[in-house]
Design a protein around this ligand. Sequence first.
Ligand SMILES: C[S@@+](CC[C@H](N)C(=O)[O-])C[C@H]1O[C@@H](n2cnc3c(N)ncnc32)[C@H](O)[C@@H]1O
Length: 349
Amino acid sequence: MGLSLLGRLYAWFWLFFASGLVSFSPLYGICNFAKLPQVEIFSPPTISESEHLRALTAGRFNPDTFFAGMEPMTVTRMILQADALDTRTSKLNRLQVGEWALVARNYLRDAALSPATRKDLAAGVINSSAPESRAKSHLIDALLGSDPENVDRDITEHDNARYENQQPYFGLPPESYSTRYDHLSKIFKSLNLQPGSKIVDLGSAFGRVGFFIGLQYPTVDFVGFEIVPERVREAERVRRHLDIQNIAFKEQNLADLAFTIPTADVYFFYDPVSESTLQKIIGELAALKKKSRSFHIVAIEGRGQLLKTMRSLPWLKDVTPPNTFDPMNANKPVCRDTMIFETIDSFEL
Ligand SMILES: C[S@@+](CC[C@H](N)C(=O)[O-])C[C@H]1O[C@@H](n2cnc3c(N)ncnc32)[C@H](O)[C@@H]1O
C-alpha cells in the first residue's frame, strides 16, 4: 500500500525541512534546554506511521498482533493522529479507528514500560496540542496503566447498606463520570496553585484529578476521598506503581458523621453525592470558612442540582474565568457545566 505523491512530499517536508528549520534557527539553543521528546508526541505522521495507520484502519492487519514490539511512543502518536484525522477527507472508517485504538490502548496499558516512561508519555499527551477529546483522556489513563472499565465491570456484588442514599455511579462507563484531562488543564491553570497548596477531591473515583495533579503539579498536595473501595484500590495501585508521592487516595464515605473534611486550598467537587450528603458537606465547608479559612471550590454539575445549590450560598463568589469551558458547546454533554467559586473574605458566617 503506498502513499500518494502528495502525501509523501508532505511527510518529507515535516521530516526534513521543518526539523531543519529548528536545528538551524536561533530557536535551537532554547529548544535544546527544554526536555523535549525526540519526536513531538503530536505532529504530522512520519511516512511509516502514515502507512501503518492506513493499513490498520483499512482492516489489513490484525491489531491484536500488530503492536507487539512496537515503540510505545509510535503507538501513542498513531492513536493521537488517527483520532485527529477528519474521517470525511481522509476516507478513514471511524468505527475501525475506534476499534484499533481500543486494542492499542490495551496494549499500552499492559506493556512492560518503566514507571518513568509511563509518566513521560502521559504528561506528553496532556501537554500536546492534539485536539481535545475523550479518546485523548482514555489514552492518558492507558499510559498510566489504569483500568477503570474492567474494575467497575468486576464489581458484581454491591453492598447495599454501604451505598444507601449515596450516588456511586454504578452502571455507567467510568469515562462518563470522570473529568476530562483537557478540562482539568483549564480548571487548574485558572487557579494559580502555589507550591504547598492543598487539593481535596470529594468523590475521587479512579483518581483522574489526582493523577493530573501528580503529573503536572508535583509540589502540590492532593488527597481524594471515594466511597467505592475497588476504585480506591485501583487508584492506589497505579499511584504506587508510578511512585507518585504528592497524591493519596482514601476510602471514605463523605456522609459518615465521624468524618470531617480536612482543610485545603481547593475542593474539587464533581457532583459526587446525594442531596443529604451535599448538605452535610456544605455545612462542613461553611464551618471551615467560619474559621477564617479562604478556599476555592471547583463544582461540576452531574446528575443533581449542584451548581444551583452552590450559587445560592451567600459566602461564595463566582470566579469562573470567562470563555474557559467552550461556551459555543456549553450544552453538549462532553462539556460539563463547571463553575469555580471562592470564599468571600468579608462575609461573616
Ligand atoms: C462524578 S465522579 C467524579 C470523579 C472525579 N472527582 C473526577 O472528577 O474525575 C463522583 C464519585 O464520587 C463517589 N461518591 C459518591 N458518593 C460518595 C460518598 N458519599 N462518599 C465518597 N464518595 C462518593 C462516586 O462513587 C464517584 O466515584
